[in-house]
Design a binder for this molecule. Structure first.
Ligand code: FES
Length: 271
């Protein structure tokens, strides 16, 4: 590895400081891993068939393997590579780029606390700190992407910091399995994770009723075992509608579209 000039030296293990090791020792030509059963293979074919080029199915397929194992394992990497005729290095590069693909087994629920600027200033840091203590053990708060309880078992909860969850008007917010819980306090967040650990599924502030992380991963792959339930729920909130209401009150409208749309800039053709 060649580090750019002015960067700290490599640690001597081939990694730059702070760089996380991802096991690359996956054979390139292995038989299809047996972890994924017939149902998963059928779903795989269904997903791939949606795209003109099979490699475009990689992101949903990574969600699919995550729905089976609760994370993207080395088997999951190998499976995606083989069904899409990619190298495991290509699949690993994608899986390690996006934070929604997890490298260690997750709990039944994933709790993501926004600690970005606005939420942090309005209490998100306190929410995270309190949950970290609540879910950890005495003197050992739970860390980022660590799980309270045995991963995958009922009541287990994985905690993570999240960047802006695109709900700043409800700060501080957190998500459980990517469903929103708005306007949180340390107390309300603690009560929420306590309920999750007891096996309850409190109703999110907006969006569909709570299920579990693996079911949501399946939905993110584009497979909906219960489509009606997955789209049930209120997606609006007064804060979100306020701008539209003010515009109506004041008679504000957007400028009309021109009769002739402006010419698009020339973009070099991708090779
Ligand atoms: S800063 Fe938390 S949702 Fe935007």
């Amino acid at each position: 590895m060649t580090l750019p000039e002015g960067q700290p030296e490599s640690l001597g293990n081939g990694l730059a400081p702070g760089e996380v090791h991802w096991d690359p020792a996956v054979p390139e030509q292995s038989p299809l891993t047996p972890v994924f059963d017939e149902v998963t293979r059928r779903r795989t074919a269904e997903i791939i068939a949606r795209y003109p080029q099979s490699r475009s199915a990689l992101l949903p397929l990574l969600h699919l393997v995550q729905s089976v194992e609760g994370y993207v394992s080395q088997d999951g990497i190998r499976y995606c590579a083989e069904v899409l005729e990619l190298s495991t290095a290509e699949v690993s590069a994608v899986a390690t780029f996006y934070t929604m693909y997890k490298r260690t087994p997750c709990g039944e629920h994933l709790v993501s606390v926004c600690t970005n600027t606005l939420c942090a200033a309005l209490g998100g840091d306190e929410v995270y700190a309190r949950l970290s203590q609540r879910l950890g053990s005495p003197g050992k708060p739970l860390g980022h992407e660590e799980t309270a309880g045995e991963p995958g078992t009922p009541g287990s909860v994985t905690l993570e910091h999240a960047e802006c969850l695109a709900a700043c008007d409800f700060a501080p917010v957190l998500q459980v399995n990517y469903e929103y819980f708005d306007n949180q306090t340390a107390e309300s967040a603690t009560a929420l994770v306590d309920a999750l650990r007891r096996g309850e599924r409190p109703m999110p502030t907006r969006g569909a009723p709570l299920t579990d992380l693996r079911t949501v991963e399946l939905e993110l792959a584009g497979i909906f075992p219960d489509l009606a339930a997955a789209v049930t729920g209120n997606s609006m909130a007064p804060e979100t509608l306020r701008g539209a209401q003010m515009a109506t009150q004041h008679g504000w409208t957007a400028p009309a579209m021109p009769d002739t749309p402006p010419a698009l800039p020339n973009v070099p053709e991708k090779k």
